[in-house]
Ligand binder design. Sequence first.
Ligand code: AMP
Length: 192
Amino acid sequence: MRLILLGPPGAGKGTQATRLVEKHGIPQLSTGDMLRAAVKAGTPVGLQAKAVMEAGGLVSDEIVVGIIADRIKEADAHKGFILDGFPRTVAQAEALDVMLADADMKLDAIVELKVDENALMARIEKRAADTVAAGGTVRADDNPDAFKKRLDAYRIQTAPVSGYYAGRGMLKIVDGMAPIDDVTRAIDAALA
Ligand code: AMP
């Protein structure tokens, strides 16, 4: 199965992706995780991406499209994958279409988690507090200023991606405000 999880930051894409990984035995391809790893490793991509990520902006289409084009060719992605955090612009969605067509692959579904924006800041604050309580390090962009910019980027650049897939009859919308297990069930139903 090849699946895209769409939704604003803090919508629960990562949590649901982890469950889908277990259920379907396919990898979660999170551009955010891959970029954070690149930043940590100090690679050329990481060096380019660091400041824009910390400020809550979007890394260039060219960089993220390159990352995904390489990643979907890896052996573990042959059976399928869950894209989490990609595509985030219509240009990325178009580039994804091209790379999938070149690889003779098709998307099975696009699931969007719909959430009330007002609830997102509280979720992000909780994520930061939970991370600290667990002895971890809070993401550099999980602070109110960067989060506001991430929401703006979502509204302006990523929300049109939903329309891109809706126009093709591929978009399935799930209520992301429901309890986590209910969201999981709704996703399973949408994919059945
Ligand atoms: P995430 O972990 O998905 O919230 O992503 C964290 C940050 O990584 C985002 O705020 C962006 O700066 C960057 N990022 C992740 N995925 C993309 C993407 N598809 N396009 C552009 N920037 C991205």
